[in-house]
Design a protein around this ligand. Structure first.
Ligand code: SF4
Length: 284
């Protein structure tokens, strides 16, 4: 399928990538920006936001759209929370997103490690404490509570696609489970902001997309990201269609009419894109 103009011109310059890699190498840290080949890598760093991938870069699940490595993860690196906090301080980040692969091999799914990272970042009193968003895999309610008790500003969990496509796109996940997870976060702390996101271009139709947005609102989700699925490699699901930027604007309008507090919608939008702006707009 021919890649449309509005997709082509967006990838960062190789020197920008190299600069970022060198910055991070010193901390032995991964970013989802690199692992998932995010097209916005340069822009977010310039805006003082980065997304750290904790708990290794090998996932125990196998979603057919995702570029992250799959297989047997390595043991937890207990020094990682400190290194993330050091990198956040060194990079002078004012907002940081912490995410991870799914770790079905860990009894708490990695919840305590997430909590330790948030606490280490918040421990830094050498400057205004950066705000933290966690983009979580599914955790059990005890794990979710442990993360929320560490006081991140935003709990994010991506719904990724419509319910009909889950068996093909998001194996081992249930649509209703992800919705319930987001509602639980709100029930555990009504003041916390919840966020979710999905991709377009995998064969979903408008009626299904609007239903998904309605479902997210019914589960009290505040912030929404909508982006175009881009095929990471020939081994991943093919793109069914490229959605025109005008259509992304249309879904944004529909989303606001459904009551979302803030929406970032566009072909290159990813979960953490404009994350700091979204938080700022939701807390004024
Ligand atoms: S669970 Fe997350 S990291 Fe793992 S394959 Fe699915 S989308 Fe990728």
């Amino acid at each position: 399928m021919k890649i449309p103009e509005w997709i082509k011109h967006h990838y960062p310059k190789p020197e920008t990538l190299e600069q970022i890699r060198n910055l991070l190498r010193g901390f032995e840290l991964h970013t989802i920006c690199e692992e998932a080949k995010c097209p916005n890598i340069g822009e977010c760093f310039k805006e003082g936001t980065a997304t750290f991938l904790i708990l290794g870069n090998i996932c125990t699940r196998n979603c057919k759209f995702c570029a992250v490595k799959k297989g047997k993860p390595k043991p937890i690196d207990s020094d990682e929370p400190k290194r993330v906090a050091q990198a956040v301080r060194k990079l002078g980040l004012s907002h940081t997103v912490i995410t991870s692969v799914t770790r079905d091999d860990l009894s708490d799914g990695g919840a305590s490690h997430f909590a330790n990272v948030i606490k280490e970042i918040s421990r830094d009193r050498s400057r205004p404490v950066p705000t933290v968003e966690v983009l979580l895999p599914l955790l059990d309610s005890k794990g979710l509570e442990e993360v929320i008790d560490a006081h991140p500003e935003v709990i994010n969990h991506n719904i990724e696609t419509i319910e009909r496509l889950y068996p093909e796109v998001r194996l081992r996940f249930k649509y209703s489970e992800s919705l319930e997870f987001l509602r639980q976060a709100k029930q555990l702390n009504n003041f916390i902001l919840t966020k979710s996101g999905f991709m377009l271009g995998l064969g979903e139709v408008e009626k299904e997309i609007v239903k998904m947005m309605e479902d997210l609102r019914k589960h009290e989700v505040d912030i929404l990201t909508i982006g175009q699925y881009l095929r990471p490699s020939g081994k991943h699901l093919p793109v069914v269609n490229y959605i025109h930027p005008d259509k992304f604007l249309e879904y944004k309008k529909i989303g606001y009419s459904l009551g979302f507090k803030y929406i970032v919608s566009g072909p290159y939008v990813r979960s953490s894109y404009k994350a700091q702006e979204a938080l700022a707009k939701c807390t004024i």
